[in-house]
Design a binder for this molecule. Structure first.
Ligand code: ACO
Length: 435
């Protein structure tokens, strides 16, 4: 009868240890018993960037990166994108099950009626320079919400948690739209409770000089689908940041603002902005072979942005849905001229041995920027458009972490590589630095 254990022999001492295997993992803490002597701290795992370390158990999102599968609470992303709505998916991610109609109505009502922000938030945002990046404004303003809602510190109180989660999901589009209006020098537009989540956001962004602005239903649906695709993606960089910061039991606004910060980076949510800049830099399909040559020849300093993923080693299932959404959007807005370059770039890269060997496929960001641009957003807004729906995932993951009795304040170990102990040297006795 095979046993669910791992037998380890320490060749330094000749001792053998048996470590249980649960869910395809060993607890790295079990390695601590492996010592060379009493004063040995014990064996640790060394895993920079968590390439092979599970940081939590989670029942929210499942990914099989080799097969290109993404499921929220067991439901395939393709089905949710086709049949569900963003707020229904938000309910699912937060509560574990699809809602009954009355539950969805109540959730939608709650989110809709928490979209307003305190008037002082407007003055706060006015303090930013005219050229502030909207993602910086978003991160700071979300952090500032903790000053407006001091009750948020009661993270062990389920009712309080749910109020903050509702506020976060509801106010994110308002703050995002305000940050956009600020950069454009336009007056802020207040939320309208008669509109859907997405239509309300687009109206706060787009309405200028009229009260009759109406969102095109195809664009409303397209953004709703994009929001579904971006709602959660298990333990990515920003979610891990939210969990890590949240593990100190700080309020969720502070934790989510850390997630916004992580998402801002060009290797994460900033990638779609980087894709557009890259497509513009390429400029014409005739320049693609040269560009690919530079990517392959460099020491990693030039990347094919929107390609590759830590988890997906096949086509990102979200990218497939996005390609379909792109066609629908371009029917309304006209084709983005950069699309031709993107399609050709994808075609060449998917046939090129460099990308094939490394299993580099288009990720969610490769086409999303083209859609956002066609909808009239400048590139700086792309990561913001990612942060709005991802707030749902951050909140679901944060609450799961708070409720998980196995979790503690996050505190990794290190392998110290610095100097050994030495005595302080007076300024006039210090040797001059080696050139
Ligand atoms: N273009 C060219 N080469 C690449 C790319 C790329 N986009 N991505 C990875 N590689 C190469 C690496 O140089 C490395 O090559 P090597 O084995 O010769 O050294 C190999 O592929 C493996 O890549 P890693 O960097 O080890 O993969 P990692 O899992 O650390 O990185 C990441 C994943 C950050 C997403 C990376 O693929 C990347 O930078 N992509 C471009 C940015 C991007 O699109 N980010 C969005 C990710 S999706 C999201 O956050 C929503």
């Amino acid at each position: 009868m095979p046993k669910d254990t791992l037998t380890i022999t320490d060749n330094r001492t000749g001792k053998t240890y048996e470590v249980p295997i649960e869910n395809g993992c060993i607890r790295t803490h079990a390695l601590r018993q492996i010592k060379t002597g009493d004063d040995d701290f014990g064996l640790m795992g060394y895993d920079p960037a968590f390439l092979n370390t599970a940081n939590c158990k989670s029942a929210i999102t499942f990914i099989d990166g080799d097969k290109g599968i993404l499921e929220y609470r067991g439901y395939p992303i393709e089905q949710l994108a086709e049949k569900s709505s963003f707020l229904e998916v938000a309910y699912l991610l937060l509560n574990g099950e699809l809602p009954q109609q009355k539950d969805l109505d109540q959730f939608t009502h709650l989110v809709t009626h928490h979209t307003l922000v305190h008037e002082n938030i407007k003055s706060f945002m006015d303090g930013f320079r005219y050229d502030a990046h909207p993602m910086s404004m978003l991160a700071s303003t979300v952090a500032a919400l903790s000053a407006f809602y001091p009750d948020a510190k009661h993270t062990r109180d389920e009712r309080s948690r749910r109020i903050q989660i509702t506020r976060l999901i509801a106010k994110m589009p308002t703050i995002a739209a305000f940050s956009y209006r600020h950069t454009m020098g336009l007056p802020y537009i207040y939320p309208d409770n008669d509109l859907s989540y997405v239509a309300n956001f687009l109206t706060m962004i787009k309405r200028i000089g009229t009260t009759t602005y109406k969102v095109h239903p195809v664009l409303e649906k397209a953004l709703d689908v994009l929001f579904i695709l971006h709602a959660d993606h298990e333990q990515n960089c920003s979610t891990t940041s939210v969990r890590t910061v949240g593990s100190s039991e700080v309020d969720p606004y502070s934790a989510v603002s850390a997630g916004v910060g992580a998402l801002y980076g060009p290797l994460h949510g900033g990638a779609n902005e980087a894709v557009l800049r890259m497509l513009r830099e390429i400029g014409h399909i005739s320049k693609i072979p040269d560009f690919i040559k530079q990517v392959k020849g460099g020491e990693g300093e030039k990347k094919l942005m929107g390609f590759g993923h830590r988890v997906y080693k096949s086509y990102d299932p979200r990218a497939k849905v996005i390609k379909r959404v792109a066609d629908e959007v371009f029917e309304v807005t006209g084709k983005n001229p950069l699309l031709e370059i993107a399609l050709e770039l994808e075609r060449i890269a998917l046939e090129d041995e460099y990308f094939v060997k490394r299993k580099l496929y288009p990720n969610v960001d490769f086409y999303s920027g083209l859609i956002y641009e066609a909808m009239g957003f400048q590139a700086e807004m792309f990561p913001v458009l990612f942060a709005i729906p991802r707030t749902v995932g951050w909140c679901a993951q944060w609450e799961e972490m708070v409720k998980d009795s196995e979790q503690k304040i996050a505190r990794p170990r290190q392998v110290y590589t610095g100097s050994g102990r030495r005595d302080y040297i007076a300024m006039d006795k210090r040797p001059s630095p080696q050139k």
